[in-house]
Design a protein around this ligand. Structure first.
Ligand code: ATP
Ligand code: MG
Length: 416
C-alpha cells in the first residue's frame, strides 16, 4: 500500500481526554479513532492488526477442532431471564433496548445463554458430543469506568468459545486443550513469558476459574506470581486457603500489576441445566451437557501490546501481528530517477508477496522516520541516493536497531 493513499495521518498529540498510553499511541499513529470514551473505530492500519490477531487465535482454535460461527448482537430477554441474569442487579453492565413492535432485547455483553440455547437444536444424543464452537464478536458492556483506552471498551471484540461434553473426562480434555491453545496464542503474540495461567474467582462449578493475566503496568488487576514455578494468583483469591491449596508461601510470590487477557470457566452441568440443554445417554436418560466457556479479549490484547511494546516515540509490533511485513521508506525527494528506483523496489516486494507499506510521500526524511517509528512495523527498508548507488537497500531490524545494506539480488530472501 502506498502511504500517500492512506487517508489516515499521524498526529503530534492525542485527544486531551484520552489518558491511556495505549489509546494515545494508537490514535496518534492512525490505528484507531476515538468515537467516545470506551468506543473506538478501527482504521485501515488498526484493522490489519485486529485481523492478524484474530488469525493467530483462529489458527489455534481450528487446531483444536473448534468450529467458527457468529452469533447475533440482539438477544432475547427470555433467555437471560431463564438463568436469572436479565436483571441489572445481577448483571450491572447491560445495554438494553426495546423493539418498536414490542418486547425487550438485550445487546450482547456475553453469548453464553444464546449459544447454549441454540445448541439445543443440534445436540440431542451423546453421539453429538463432544463438540466446541467459537466466534469473534462485538461485545457491548455498559462499563462504569472506561479510562484504560482500548483495554476496557464499552464496545470491544472478544473471541469466545464454548465446549459441550457428555461427561467430565471429555470436558477436561477440551479445557486443558484450550488452556494450552491460549498459551500458544500469547507466545505467538510475544507476551508468552509475561502471561500466566492464574487462579481467580468466578468458578461456578469449580473453586477457581482460570484467568490469563499479562504483567502490565496499565493493567487493572493485581496478581501474585512466581516466575520459576509458573504460578499466579489473582489478589481476589489470595488468602491462606489458596496458598495452602497451591502449596506456595506468600514470601515466594511477587506482587505485580496485570491485565486479564483471557478467562476460562468450567460450568460442570449447572449452566446447561439452567438453560435446558440436555442429551440422551445410551439408556435414553436425559442429562444436562457439561459446558465450558472460554474468552480472549482480542482488542484488549492489542492495547496490551501497545502498552508493553510502545514508547513515547511509537509502537513496535511483534512480527506475528504487524500491520505490514515491511515499511519501505523512499528518500528520493523530488529526484525522478530515485523515485523510479524506489517504485521498482516496491514492485519487486509486491511481486514476491511481501506485504509492504510504501512511504512514497514527498515529505522530509525526518518526518518519514518519525512516522515509521510511530507506526511500528519491525522491518524498515530505505531507498536513498546512497543505497541506489550501491545497488542495495538499507534493511533495519527495529527490534534491535541493526542496519545493513543488502544487495538487491538478496533482498527478498533477506526480508523473508
Ligand atoms: P474484567 O474483569 O476485565 O472486567 P471480565 O471478567 O468481565 O473482565 P470476561 O467476561 O471473562 O471478562 O471476558 C473475557 C475476556 O474479554 C476478558 O478476559 C478480557 O480479556 C476481555 N474483556 C472483558 N471486558 C472487556 C472490556 N470492557 N473491554 C475489552 N476487553 C474486555
Ligand atoms: Mg474475567
Amino acid at each position: 500500500m502506498r502511504q500517500s493513499h492512506l487517508f489516515t495521518k499521524t498526529q503530534k498529540s492525542a485527544p486531551k481526554d484520552e489518558v491511556a498510553k495505549n489509546a494515545q499511541l494508537l490514535i496518534r499513529a492512525g490505528f484507531v479513532h476515538k468515537e467516545m470514551a470506551g468506543v473506538y473505530a478501527y482504521l485501515p492500519l488498526g484493522l490489519r492488526v485486529l485481523d492478524r490477531v484474530k488469525q493467530v487465535v483462529r489458527e489455534e482454535m481450528d487446531a483444536l477442532g473448534s468450529q467458527e460461527l457468529i452469533m447475533t448482537s440482539l438477544q432475547r430477554k427470555e433467555l437471560w431471564a431463564r438463568t436469572d441474569r436479565w436483571s441489572d442487579k445481577k448483571v450491572d453492565i447491560w445495554f438494553k433496548s426495546e423493539l418498536k413492535a414490542g418486547g425487550d432485547v438485550g445487546l450482547a455483553w456475553s453469548h453464553e445463554e444464546p449459544i447454549g440455547d441454540m445448541m439445543r437444536a443440534y445436540i440431542s444424543s451423546y453421539k453429538d458430543l463432544p463438540t466446541c464452537v467459537y466466534q469473534f464478536q462485538t461485545k457491548l458492556r455498559n462499563e462504569m469506568r472506561a479510562k484504560s483506552g482500548i483495554m476496557r471498551g464499552r464496545e470491544f471484540v472478544m473471541k469466545d468459545a464454548y465446549s459441550f461434553a457428555a461427561g467430565e473426562e471429555d470436558h477436561d480434555k477440551m479445557y486443558e486443550g484450550m488452556k494450552q491453545a491460549y498459551m500458544k496464542v500469547f507466545k505467538r503474540l510475544g507476551i508468552g513469558d509475561d502471561t500466566f495461567v492464574t487462579f481467580a474467582s468466578g468458578g461456578a462449578f469449580t473453586q477457581f476459574s482460570h484467568e490469563f493475566q499479562t504483567v502490565c503496568e496499565a493493567g487493572e488487576d493485581v496478581c501474585y506470581i512466581n516466575r520459576e514455578k509458573g504460578i499466579a494468583i489473582n489478589q481476589e483469591v489470595m488468602n491462606d486457603d489458596t496458598l495452602k491449596e497451591l502449596k506456595v508461601k506468600k514470601s515466594d510470590l511477587e506482587e505485580v500489576k496485570t491485565a486479564e487477557v483471557g478467562n476460562i470457566f468450567n460450568f460442570g452441568r449447572q449452566k446447561a441445566e439452567d438453560i435446558g440443554l440436555t442429551y440422551k445417554d445410551e439408556t435414553g436418560a436425559s442429562i444436562p451437557v457439561w459446558m465450558g466457556s472460554y474468552g480472549i479479549g482480542v482488542t484488549r490484547l492489542i492495547g496490551v501490546l501497545a502498552e508493553k511494546f510502545g514508547t513515547s516515540d511509537g509502537m513496535l509490533w511483534p512480527r506475528s501481528v504487524s500491520p505490514f511485513q515491511a515499511h519501505l521508506v523512499s528518500l528520493a525527494g523530488g529526484n525522478r530517477d530515485l523515485i523510479a528506483e524506489a517504485d521498482r523496489i516496491y514492485d519487486l516486494l509486491k511481486e514476491n508477496g511481501i506485504d509492504t507499506l510504501y512511504d512514497d510521500r514527498d515529505v522530509r526524511a525526518g518526518e518519514k522516520f518519525a512516522d515509521a517509528d510511530l507506526i511500528g512495523i519491525p522491518m524498515r527498508l530505505v531507498v536513498s541516493e546512497k543505497t541506489v548507488a550501491a545497488g542495495s537497500v538499507e534493511v533495519t531490524n527495529r527490534d534491535n536497531g541493526a542496519s545493513q545494506l543488502i544487495p538487491e539480488s538478496q533482498l527478498i530472501e533477506r526480508v523473508r
